[in-house]
Design a protein around this ligand. Structure first.
Ligand code: ADP
Length: 166
């Protein structure tokens, strides 16, 4: 059984993430989307919110499961008997960091392979952080994130604006 883990912060999930996931489920028997708990990154959405948004966005996908994890990714991968890590590559700028991570993970567990899927060109500029920046300034993010994410971002930033004013 070929089980792959697609890890990330997913703060929040975008259509770029979804595209990678949709392609990964066609390649493996099972794909576990693994949402990292708040580690060194300050996240806008809580772990439970990120999980909910991922679950909503992935309802249509077969053979996949949503999990959360903390600590070392490679320990999580081992604990569920998976043998592949899937990562998306957008631009050359992703490459150096991703190569370093893949090599370190290989060093920590040589039975686990990291494979990279190239981002679809229409999403290659897309990141969770640029989505948050545009949403904060009330720009349109239609077609770039699932509708639930669009709504959730509106809610978050309205709440923040309310707190600032109040
Ligand atoms: P991390 O905090 O680990 O970088 P992210 O949630 O930002 O997690 O991203 C998870 C994975 O999805 C990474 O492999 C990242 O390169 C990939 N990814 C992010 N945005 C896109 C996109 N627009 N197209 C393809 N892959 C993407």
């Amino acid at each position: 059984m070929r089980v792959a883990v697609y890890p990330g912060t997913f703060d929040p999930i975008t259509n770029g993430h979804l595209d990678i996931l949709e392609r990964a489920v066609n390649l493996f028997d099972q794909v576990i989307i693994a949402i990292a708990e708040d580690n060194y990154k300050q996240t806008l959405f809580t772990l439970e919110e990120r999980r909910y948004l991922v679950e909503q966005a992935c309802k249509h996908l077969p053979r996949m499961e949503v999990r959360t994890f903390d600590g070392l990714l490679i320990d999580f991968v081992q604990s569920i008997n998976a043998n592949v890590i899937v990562r998306g590559l957008r631009a050359v700028s992703d490459f150096e960091y991703e190569m370093q991570m893949a090599m370190m993970n290989k060093k920590l567990n040589h039975n686990v392979e990291t494979i990279f899927l190239m981002s679809a060109s229409k999403y290659s500029f897309l990141s969770s952080s640029i989505i948050k920046q545009v949403a904060l300034l009330d720009g349109s993010i239609k077609g770039l994130v699932p509708v639930e994410v669009e709504e959730a971002l509106k809610g978050k930033y309205m709440l923040k604006a309310g707190t600032r004013e109040g």
